[in-house]
Ligand binder design. Structure first.
Ligand code: FAD
Length: 395
C-alpha cells in the first residue's frame, strides 16, 4: 500500500497542473493515469500548437448550469498568471485571432512545462494505471489499481470529459461522482461539427470550402470561418454555436455578414444593370458554392435589372438568413469538449471540494463547466487546478 498526501487521477492539463503546485508546496503527490503518456489531449490541441489560454477570459466565456461557479477560480488564477508561467519557460507564443494564444513551436512545449513543474515538486506520475475501485474509510480514500493500492486523505478527480476515447477519455469521473451521490448534469459532445440531413447532402460536394459567416441562435451569435465538410458544417463559427445548440433546433447563418446583398445589387443596378445575378454572387462567394445554388434551383439566375422586389427579399433571406437544421453532430469522435458533467452545485467554487464528501475534489473538464473555443477550456483546467491546490494547502 502506498500512502500520499494527495492522489490525483488523470495526468491531463488539470491533473498535472494541480500536482505540480501541491508538490512544490511540499505535499507528497501521486498522479495516476490509464494511458501510456501524459497530456495526450494537450499534444493534439490547437492543431499541434496548443491554444493554451486567451487574452480575454471572463465568466461569460463559460457555460454551466451555475454560471457563477467559475468566477472565483478564474479570478484567483488568471490567464495572465499562466501566460507569465509560459514566458518564464522561454516558450514563444503568438495571438492567432480573437485573443487566442498558441505556442510558436509545438504543444509539446506545454506538456514539457507541466512535466518540469511536476519534477520540481517531486510528483510521482504513474502511467498505465487503470483504477479498479475507490473506497472511503472515515478520512482515507483507498484507490485500487490492477497492480497497487494507494491511500490518501485527498483524492482529486481530473479525468476530463468523453471526447476522443482514443486519447484515454472515459466516464470514470462521472462514475466516481455517482458513487458518492453527487449528481452529474447530462453530458453531450460539444465544440463539435454538425452533420447534414439527407436533403442537404448535395452540399457535401463543397467539402474543403471555407467562408466567413455569422451563425446565430436565440442565445448567441458568432462571426468567424465556416467550413463545408463531407459530413456537414464545421469551422470555428460552427463549433462555437454547437455549445449553445440543442438537438432538433436550427441555426441561422448569415453568409455575408460584413455586407448587405440587397444594397450590393441595388448599387450595381445603377452602374451595370445587365449583369447576371450569378456574376454578382461569384464576386462575393466561392464559385463552387454559387454553382451549387443554381444547380439545385435554390436561386434562379436573372439579369439584375429584372429582379423584382420579391426576388430581392428572397435573396436577402437566402444570403443573410440561411436556416440550417443539422441532422446532429459528429459526436465524441471529433468533439473538443463534453458539455455537462459533475454538478457544480455540489462542489465548492473556492476549493473544488465536494460539499458533502470531505477530501474529494473534481477539477477541469469533468465538471459541468464548458468554455468557448479559443483557449478557454485549458484556462479552466489551470484555474480550477490552482483553486483545488490552494484549497488542499489551506487545510
Ligand atoms: P484531460 O486533459 O482530458 O485529461 C484527463 C486525463 O485523465 C487523461 O490523461 C486521461 O487519460 C485520464 N483518464 C481518463 N479516464 C481515466 C481513468 N479511468 N483512469 C485513469 N486515468 C484516466 N482546449 C483549449 O483550451 N485549447 C485548445 O487548443 C484545445 N484543443 C483541443 C483539441 C482537441 C482535439 C481536443 C479533443 C480538445 C481540445 N481542447 C482545447 C479541450 C482541452 O483539451 C480539454 O478541455 C482539457 O484537456 C481538459 O483538461 P482535463 O485535465 O480536465 O482533462
Amino acid at each position: 500500500m502506498k500512502q500520499y498526501d494527495v492522489v490525483i487521477i488523470g495526468a491531463g492539463a488539470a491533473g498535472l497542473f494541480c500536482a505540480a503546485q501541491l508538490g512544490q508546496a511540499g505535499k507528497s503527490v501521486a498522479v495516476l493515469d490509464n494511458g501510456k503518456k501524459i497530456g495526450r489531449k494537450i499534444l493534439m490541441s490547437g492543431g499541434g500548437f496548443c491554444n493554451f489560454t486567451n487574452l480575454d477570459v471572463t465568466p461569460k466565456h463559460y457555460l454551466s448550469q451555475n454560471p457563477h461557479f467559475v468566477k472565483s477560480a478564474l479570478s484567483r488564477y488568471t490567464n495572465w498568471d499562466f501566460i507569465s508561467l509560459v514566458a518564464s519557460y522561454g516558450i514563444a507564443y503568438h495571438e492567432k485571432e480573437l485573443g487566442q494564444l498558441f505556442c510558436d513551436e509545438s504543444s509539446q512545449q506545454i506538456v514539457d512545462l507541466l512535466q518540469a513543474e511536476c519534477a520540481k515538486g517531486k510528483v510521482d506520475i504513474v502511467l498505465r494505471q487503470a483504477v479498479v475501485s475507490i473506497e472511503k474509510f472515515v478520512k482515507n480514500f483507498e484507490i485500487q489499481t490492477a497492480s497497487e493500492t494507494y491511500q490518501t486523505e485527498n483524492l482529486v478527480i481530473a479525468t476530463g470529459g468523453l471526447s476522443m476515447s482514443g486519447l484515454g477519455a472515459s466516464p470514470f469521473g462521472y462514475k466516481v461522482a455517482e458513487q458518492f451521490s453527487i449528481p452529474v448534469v447530462p453530458v453531450r459532445a460539444s465544440l463539435v461539427p454538425f452533420t447534414w440531413k439527407e436533403s442537404d447532402k448535395p452540399f457535401a460536394s463543397l467539402s474543403g470550402i471555407a467562408l466567413p459567416v455569422s451563425v446565430s441562435n436565440r442565445n448567441q451569435t458568432f462571426t468567424n470561418q465556416m467550413l463545408f465538410t463531407h459530413r456537414g458544417l464545421s469551422g470555428p463559427a460552427i463549433l462555437q454555436i454547437s455549445n449553445y445548440w440543442e438537438m432538433g433546433e436550427s441555426v441561422e447563418i448569415d453568409l455575408l455578414p460584413s455586407e448587405n446583398i440587397v444594397e450590393i445589387v441595388q448599387e450595381l443596378r445603377q452602374s451595370s444593370p445587365k449583369l447576371q445575378l450569378k456574376t454578382v454572387l461569384n464576386r462575393h462567394f466561392p464559385k463552387k458554392l454559387v454553382e451549387l445554388w443554381f444547380e439545385q434551383h435554390l436561386l434562379q439566375d436573372k439579369v439584375i435589372a429584372q429582379l423584382t422586389k420579391a426576388d430581392l427579399q428572397q435573396l436577402e433571406q437566402f444570403i443573410h438568413h440561411w436556416h440550417f437544421l443539422p441532422n446532429g453532430t459528429e459526436g465524441y469522435r471529433t468533439a473538443e469538449v463534453t458539455m455537462g458533467g459533475v454538478d457544480t452545485d455540489y462542489i465548492s467554487s473556492k476549493t473544488m471540494e465536494a460539499k458533502q464528501v470531505e477530501g474529494l475534489y473534481f477539477i477541469g473538464e469533468v465538471l459541468d463547466v464548458t468554455g468557448w473555443l479559443g483557449g478557454y477550456n485549458f484556462q479552466w483546467a489551470w484555474s480550477s487546478a490552482a483553486a483545488c491546490a490552494k484549497g488542499i494547502l489551506a487545510k
